[in-house]
Design a protein around this ligand. Sequence first.
Ligand SMILES: *Cc1c(COP(=O)(O)O)cnc(C)c1O
Length: 405
Amino acid sequence: MKIPFSPPYIDESVISEVTDSLKSGWITTGPKVKALEEEIKKLSGAKNVLCVNSWTSGAILMLRWLGLKEGDEVIVPAYTYCATAMSVLWAGGKPIMVDSDEDFNISVAAIKNAITEKTKAIIPVDIAGYPCDYDSIMNLVNSPEIKNKFHAESSVQEKLGRILVLNDAAHSLGANYKNGVKTGSETDVAIFSLHAVKNVTTAEGGAICLNLPEPFDNQQLYAELSMRTLNCQTKDAFTKTKAGGWRYDIVGQGMKINMADVNAAIGLAQIRQYPQILKERKRVFETYSKAFSEYDWAILPPSITGERETSYHIFALRIKNFSEEMRDKMIDEISKNEVAVNVHFIPMPMLSFFKGLGYDIKNYPHAYKNYCCEISLPIYPQLDDEKVQYVIKTVVDSYNKVAGK
Ligand SMILES: *Cc1c(COP(=O)(O)O)cnc(C)c1O
């Protein structure tokens, strides 16, 4: 039995929504993007939502809007996908990597230790879809001690008066932070990725959630940022096609990172059935959790803690007392049986580029510990029970083989 890792969820409703866009005569940013933004707003509770062409471009946009200058620091976890730090570099800042906790997420104690007078933002990542401890992080940036350290060096920073918290919510669309607070509305800014492997996809895409505190006007900010995604052009293409609407101005150095309607159509059809998709992901997650709880060598990933609930994006299994080498062997065994698995994540300090910048994995022992025994199992609605059972059997057999049992 061949089990792919993460095929996109494409059903008839997705195909018909895309066809609708193709036949409508309008394929780039327009009504489908607006409709998708509305759906994400409803789902997340965010005040405003702006769709762009990737998580990465959205993060660069927001960090540039914040006004990063050379030498400004942005705190990120060492344990994440490279985009989290790459966006900081492209926005002109310096990523300050910190260690993680047992639940894979950024350590709040490590954030506190890393804050300096140059810190302008923190980017916590909801690894695997499990939300970080945002109450602690927001309390930290709002505490008088930390606020006193903050040096505003742009008009936006002055208006905010403290460190910005930008949630890398690439994995956590639909996750619950606490009663009445879904992921996307718990921090100043949160960005979802709509990349092909994520829970909801537009092939490539991202959605920026805006929840800036007073005196910011999120609606006005949405309009300003929309313009910045289209070269800072005062009229978008949709408006310009109307008779007499040809004249426009360019009012700044914008980016070109808008989402196209034909892409939005994919995500629009998926998000309309997201409660069902999420339920199916949860079914697979719970079947794995129940099965592996029988084995004392398996460390189960976090899913529900009080009101906090994951979006079931990744099933991050860890093998107790396994070295990196044994984990790799186990993955080889699993692959021989045609089950595709993955590792989330290779900590950034282990990647050539970041090593070259001077980051050293020795400084992130917990990130390394989480990484070296981790195997991500396939999780998506199309996995029926027979396939899930096959994955479980393959993983157990592979463990036994490598552990010599
Ligand atoms: C996928 C991912 C991103 C990047 O998303 P893109 O839409 O591909 O730019 C960022 N952070 C994390 C944690 C991711 O998994």
